[in-house]
Design a protein around this ligand. Sequence first.
Ligand code: GP9
Ligand code: MN
Length: 656
Amino acid sequence: MKKIIYSRMSFFVIAVVLFWIKTYSFYKLEFSLGVKGTVQEFLLFFNPLSSGILILGLGLFTKGRRSGRAIIYLSTLLFLIQYANVVYYRFNSDFMTLATLTQTSNFGTSLGGSILDLMEPYDLLYIIDILFLLFLYSKVKGKWTTDRLKLRIPIAVLVTGILAFSLNLHLAEKDRPQLLKRTFDRNYLVKYLGTYNFIVYDAVVSLQNSSQRVMADSSAIVEVENYAKAKYAESNPEIFGVGQGKNIIKIHLESFQSFLIDFELNGQEVTPFLNSLVHDETQDFTYFDNFFHQTEQGKTADAELIMDTSLYGLSQGSAFVTKANNTFQALPAIIGQQQGYTSAVFHGDGKSFWNRDKIYKRLGIDQFYYDLYYNMNEDNVINYGLKDKPFFEESIPLLKELKQPFYAHMITLTNHHPFVLGEGEATLVPSQTGDSTVDGYFQTARYLDEALAKFFVDLKEAGLYDNSIIMIYGDHYGISKNHNRAMQEILGEEITVLKNSELQRVPFMIHIPGVEGQGTNHEYAGMIDVVPTLLHVLGIDAKDYLLFGTDMFSDHHRDFVPFRNGDFVTREYSYIKGDYYDNTTKEVIYEPSEEMLKMKDTVLQELSYSDKLLNGDLLRFYTPNEKWVPVNPSKYLYGKKQASNAEVNGKAEKEK
Ligand code: GP9
Ligand code: MN
């Protein structure tokens, strides 16, 4: 018995258990991960185990006493990595990534100058386990033989580690599908897989990216430039410059699909306020009813990227996360430089979600108001974050503070899967499909509509309405194909392949002060078209920039809308998963015309140029005009109102 207690394996097991307890303590005491539910709690507890076994297990390959020393060195190394993360987190409320470490100019500012200030005396407690291991080692090493363990032992240990990791990953993917592919938030990855696995994951993604970037050279931009410039559509002289000097308030309707506009659920209008913007001529809105979202796995982040850069998102993952070190020539930077616009994003969620705090600096966004700027008390928060009503209400004073003209992007949140509201907040008589997603969707859409109506009143009262362009859009679908049964019941029609594609319409509406609204505009358009449209509204010619969309008000607007998977829709027909459909008869076109076939290639070409541009970071080789100044991300700091970790921990727990 004694032999077992004093053995190398026991030493290893003790080291793993200590590492496990310590890592878990770090999670609980130092990071605010927003863990909710038993699965997440369990995974948070469980996830250090595999890293501990796999890394400390390497020590078992060495001979005799060396195993003990190797295990201690490895424990120390893991501790140092973790501790660096802790110190970084204390200042940034975010995890270190290779990208942040390699941006040396940023690193100083990220740590607020003084690392020592961020260390606490009680941190010494975090090395107790290592001291204990040293003590234990000095006691037991004499009892160890000098030879190597039989190879099958350390191998069995590593296999156990791999099994533990697989189980971890499996449970995580079950709870949060596409966790690794969609790359949405560092917080999530750490919560589910742990800090060490996150580091490995981050390193792989970063290496993949930098190799693609290194391979690209300046000549690659020529082809892309030729394509984008050939696509350019001249502005409509009646619209060019009509909005110059006006604020822009861009309102993001989360998960909002166009079918909700004018939709009646058992005789009740779901979104009476939005409907009034569409129909009441005195409101002077122009509503594009054939506007489509073009997002993929990056969802909201894709919508943001496409609508501020006129580039496509990636076919996998989110460019907001994986291309955060790229050079961009985005709308906020362009209008900031050329017309003195102050840009700001308002969003009641953590700043690291979709890597916003990093990528916004590359887009030239001056100010970012995230959850810490809002009152996140329990009543105000549901699901992902701040409810839309308090969100808009609390945004008004922030908006008033902004230097004008401003470009303010308000990102709502409540109308998000699983579409839930607080007690007494639902105002529609609910649908009864039995599918809670679908039934909830109408309620949260109505809540959003009510929030918006109030926001308009407040904007008018604050004197901001009359001098602001208001642009409203839906970011992507809310109801996926998985809910076709309930949706068919609600819509009273079969959801065919074509119908599903038609349901990818999201509203786009715009009001420009002093300009008569056009009512409903039937032009086929997509998110990619927004940047050139806005540039022209402000009186900036889009032709200098590398944009994949064209001005929606232009007579020469290209009215085909590519989707990220290569499908596309035009006024007359749709191309979906290899089949062409007639938009009017809804029938499959068995013999597509030459032109239709050519369009398929054009779309693929366009997507591949956009990918080339993002993967090769080609905009670093492109100068739009002599006025352009490359964006310097280190000039932007959003963390001014940094709360202490205790404050963050104390705020209402929010589920992601
Ligand atoms: C999170 C919110 C939702 O902050 O923007 O993102 P989504 O899940 O829609 O991509
Ligand atoms: Mn979204």
